[in-house]
Design a protein. Structure first.
Length: 441
């Protein structure tokens, strides 16, 4: 157990910390500890457990425990104050360990700050016991839904859940699901039907979310599935970080059309790694993109505009074998990629066709892209065969060790200090981020 003296020290270091805020009390200001005291301080605070549906305006602060799936609907707005911790109650038999869903009829206002981010995390980091360990799947995940366009029926239910409350899609491109700003989501992920069912909850899932929504400074770390998955919609986002994802860092499908500016995908060799069905080959990508699961011509086509992405795999070919591709576009997906670097994957950029057709470069736009891959920097895949492909707008490298593309030391697990400068566009090492999840500080 954690030494009492550590807790007492952390508690004395607080200034004006409120420990008894009601989850619906929005009348008084809220102050939380400094970022340096995060988990050790929060483990000493009282916990409010929440379950079921939220149908009236509600405010959270302090430490919140989600019991099962918590659903915000019927016009309600959930406000989460800066410095709030949200953890999942551990359940069994494939019941989720806390999932927060903002439905089409709900809204969220989760506006943290650089020094007081809002943190969704593992209960094992907040239990006051230094012998327990946080693992992917300890927290279910965060889901935002809206009625913006997708290429699926508007009765489609978000992956990982069942029921009419969890439908998404429509015709309202400007839909506003609210705000997520300075938010960390850690150790999330959930599989509805069991391992590798293909029906999982991600760190942050966005279904039919419109461009009236604000997504800014969001970090997803050690997700059991994808860090970020966009199921259609038109939402834009800035300053995103995916760290140590078990599956894909960024996944787009079902007609997503939006712009994401300034994003990092950072591999951790020590995280879990996903494999294709049967466990025969790695299945983790920096970016994965499909029009839909069958490669149909359903409209609108999935075609994100991605700007200033930094996608970091492994320094050596041996470690890169834990992953698949830096960018994998397949199943009739389209892509615009600007000012982006990719390094440390077996294949940097892979364009995969359907029905044996040749790659149509008119479906893509690459501007000022630098791509490294140990096997191919840029390639096409027709059927089961991949081969090198020259793509305009891309500077290519197959160097060993992996190309740095002007960055100081971008590989997280190497002996020298990790540093992606000068590509630190989103303050990737700022006070709001965290890459060391030790609970003793």
């Amino acid at each position: 157990m954690r030494k009492l003296s550590l807790i007492l020290f952390a508690m004395m270091s607080l200034t004006g910390c409120r420990q008894n805020d009601s989850v619906t009390d929005a009348s008084t200001p809220f102050e939380m500890k400094s970022a340096a005291a995060e988990y050790i301080t929060a483990s000493s605070l009282p916990v409010t457990t929440v379950s079921g549906s939220i149908t009236t305006n509600t405010t959270w602060s302090g430490v919140i425990e989600l019991d099962g799936v918590v659903t915000v609907k019927n016009g309600a707005t959930l406000t989460i104050r800066p410095g709030t911790f949200i953890k999942g109650k551990i359940n069994f038999n494939y019941n989720p360990n806390g999932v927060l869903v903002i439905t089409k009829t709900g809204r969220i206002n989760a506006t943290g700050t650089e020094t007081q981010p809002i943190i969704f995390t593992s209960s094992n980091l907040l239990d006051g016991n230094e012998d327990t360990t946080a693992r992917p799947g300890d927290f279910g995940g965060v889901i935002l839904l809206g009625d913006a366009p997708t290429n699926k029926p508007s009765t489609t239910v978000i992956e990982g859940l069942t029921g009419a409350d969890y439908q998404y899609g429509g015709t309202n491109a400007g839909q506003n699901a609210g705000i997520l700003k300075y938010v960390r989501i850690e150790f999330a992920g959930y599989d509805l039907l069991g391992p590798n069912s293909g029906n999982e909850i991600n760190g942050l899932s966005l279904g039919g979310v419109g461009h009236g929504t604000t997504l800014d400074h969001i970090q997803v770390s050690y997700s059991l599935d994808d860090s970020f998955e966009f199921f259609g919609g038109t939402v834009n986002a800035t300053n995103l970080i995916s760290f140590g994802a078990q599956d894909d860092n960024y996944d787009f499908e079902y007609g997503y059309k939006g712009t994401i500016s300034c994003a990092l995908a950072l591999a951790d060799y020590n995280s879990g790694h996903s494999y294709s069905q049967g466990g025969s080959s790695p299945d983790s990508n920096g970016i994965e993109l499909d029009n839909d699961g069958t490669g149909s011509s359903a409209f609108p086509f999935t075609q994100p505009i991605l700007k200033n992405f930094t996608i970091i795999g492994a320094k050596s070919p041996l470690k890169s074998g834990l992953y698949e591709n830096g960018v994998h576009v397949r199943r009739n997906g389209k892509l615009s990629l600007e000012n982006t670097v990719i390094t440390g994957y077996p294949i940097g950029i892979l364009l995969e066709t359907i029905s044996g057709a040749s790659v149509n470069l008119a479906d893509y736009s690459f501007t000022n892209v630098q791509s490294h891959g140990f096997t191919f920097a840029t390639a096409s895949k027709i059927g089961a065969s991949s081969s090198a492909l020259n793509i305009p707008g891309i500077t290519a490298s197959t160097a060993n060790p992996a190309h740095l593309w002007g960055m100081a030391q971008p590989f997280f697990n190497e002996s020298f200090a990790w540093n992606v400068s000068p590509r630190n566009c989103g303050d990737f090492k700022g006070n709001w981020t965290k890459y060391d999840f030790s609970i003793v500080e």
